[in-house]
Design a protein around this ligand. Structure first.
Ligand code: GTP
Ligand code: IMP
Ligand code: MG
Length: 337
């Protein structure tokens, strides 16, 4: 039996989608269940030349034998969900916990229309802040109140527990990142919920004693979208010159880029209870590493970077991503076990 949580260690967009997709193929979990805020997240999964952007369906959808769940803590926008289910052809294996909070058109209008959220914080405009606010006020509908979601409803914590009791593997997929946690991030420039591993467990109704592993995903050159402090930020001229240019999946805004932040990595590993780390974007440290699938093929510059990251994180880096495509990855978990 194993229950693994995957979360972001910096400001989100660390490449959790890609890491989850790889782990799904490799570990063959029976359930992949999403935690995190809601459709403000945008995961990119690239398989061969196909690039998918998902906001509601778990990134592990590429592994076809897994049940894909959305945990109780996550906000569901039924329009986004239905559109993705159709686009990805995953009908029949997507399930929504009956207690999920619902995002309405009104929440989206309030998010986009609020100078505080849209301008000062730089929210994604996906309605998550107002929907979580209504949920806390106990005003918002739940998934079980929405007829169009009837076919998806499930008691997700019970389904996960049943599989863990049968010794099957379950993957709990986090979204966003440590730096934008409502509790631990750069308040008020944060999202509307905690984003740490404990929250991802709670989002799925899985008690802390049932978690075996917490994989925290770090990006060699962290990025941030929206407003707020970013101590290692570099100028866009510099990051452009380094060949690092990213745009948000949800808002298409250009992401701010910064250097490795060892202090943040250490603190975020502590609060997430990191057992092992994934490091993405090693090809941005040294372009010669692009697409490498073996540790021995990495350059000294990349290996030195990984060594320093491990010291900062305080746990082994067991997964190294060398490009956006799902097979561009080095997985050392078996070797280091
Ligand atoms: P959130 O849940 O929204 O926080 O997103 P995420 O962590 O799933 O990351 P997202 O897919 O939004 O952004 C990561 C970006 O980096 C995507 O464009 C990926 O295709 C890309 N990416 C992932 N791994 C690598 C890598 O190793 N190298 C490079 N160059 N790009 C990568
Ligand atoms: P909200 O979650 O839409 O309210 O946005 C609040 C802040 O969190 C903004 O700075 C967003 O850019 C940021 N944010 C929310 N979700 C994500 C994500 O999945 N990745 C990166 N940043 C995010
Ligand atoms: Mg993203």
């Amino acid at each position: 039996m194993s229950c693994t949580i995957i979360v972001g260690g910096f400001f989100g967009d660390e490449g959790k989608g890609k890491v989850v997709a790889h782990i799904a193929y490799k570990d063959k979990p029976v359930i992949i269940s999403r935690g995190g805020v809601g459709p403000n997240a945008g995961h990119t999964v690239q398989v061969g030349d196909h690039k998918y952007g998902v906001r509601m369906v778990p990134s592990g959808f590429v592994y076809k034998d897994a049940k894909l769940c959305i945990g109780s803590g996550v906000l569901v926008d039924p329009r986004v969900l239905k559109q993705e289910v159709e686009m990805l052809g995953v009908k029949g294996r997507v399930f929504v916990d009956k207690r999920c909070g619902i995002i309405t058109e009104d929440h989206i209008a309030r998010d986009k229309g609020s100078a505080h959220l849209a301008k000062k914080i730089g929210s994604t405009g996906s309605g998550c802040g107002p929907a979580n606010s209504d949920r806390v006020m106990r005003l918002s509908p739940q998934a079980k109140d929405v007829p169009e979601l009837a076919e998806y409803l499930l008691d997700v914590p019970k389904a996960i527990d049943d599989e863990l009791k049968k010794n099957n593997s379950v993957l709990l997929e986090g979204t966003q990142g440590f730096g934008i946690s409502l509790y631990y991030g750069t308040y008020p420039f944060v999202t509307s919920k905690d984003t740490s591993a404990s929250q991802i467990a709670a989002d799925n109704g899985v008690g802390p004693t049932k978690i075996d592993d917490v994989i925290v995903v770090f990006k060699a050159y962290p990025t941030r979208v929206g407003e707020g402090p970013f101590s290692t930020e570099m100028s866009l001229e510099k990051s452009d010159a380094m060949g690092i240019q990213e745009f948000g999946t949800v808002t298409h805004r250009q992401r701010r880029v910064g250097g490795w932040d060892g202090d943040m990595a250490r603190y975020s590993s502590m609060i997430n209870g990191c057992t092992q780390a994934a490091l993405t974007g090693i090809d941005n440290v040294d372009k010669a590493c692009f697409g490498a699938t073996e540790y021995a093929k990495l350059t000294k510059k990349a290996k030195d970077f990984i060594k320093q990251a491990e010291e900062d994180i305080g746990s082994p880096v067991t997964i190294i991503s060398t490009g956006p495509e799902v097979t561009q990855i080095i997985d050392l978990r078996d070797e280091l076990a």
